[in-house]
Design a protein. Sequence first.
Length: 242
Amino acid sequence: MSAFISSEFIKELDGFFTRNDLAAAGEYLSQSLDLCRREGNRAGMLTVLDECVGYYRQTGDEQAGMNAVNGCLDLITEMRLDDKTSGTILLNCATTMKAFGKAEEAMEYYRLADEKLTRALPPDDPLIAGLYNNEALALQDIGEIAEAEESFLRALEITGKNDSTALEYAVTCVNLAHLRFDRDYLDVSVNELLDSAYKILSDDRFISFPRYGFTCRKCAPAYGFFGRIADEKEISERGEKY
């Protein structure tokens, strides 16, 4: 691999994730980061560290994940980045902070990401929807339930417009179902939201979408939680198969 971290790096890394080979992905990230450091390639370091942030969030390695977060934040401060690039990285960092129990701290970076991304992107951009969805989870953690629900609904409004964001729509449906159940276990909209997500996750049209299997594996436990065992089994099997 050359010192220039390009789309080929992302393509190679995505291949490991598609095959669910996390060990190989981790090794590839480590090698890539070492190469960039040796060559003083700050842009490459930021690209790799940004991917490390998501990787360690997925593997649950808090120390490595927070080291990657801090590395990204330091480089963002040092480098002159456009709003879309810096906002996207800030969103990733905030989401990892939240995943490691630092929701209160994460809110500062979600708000910074919001400022940058809403300046750089149209209001119906899928990345904005991702911001709203992840920010809502952090708001839920700190007890801001009404604000969290509003953010989930904003995410659904964006992702429900076309098939290209159907998987993101399904994830947000599941997240909102949990929020409403926690608020009122008799809320009839809970199963309606789960039905909407199931319709997407069980649809063969979406098998070829990037991260289809990952999305199924992520959503499947919700069906078990809500007593929909057959649905959980089907979605889980799809996650393993695809």
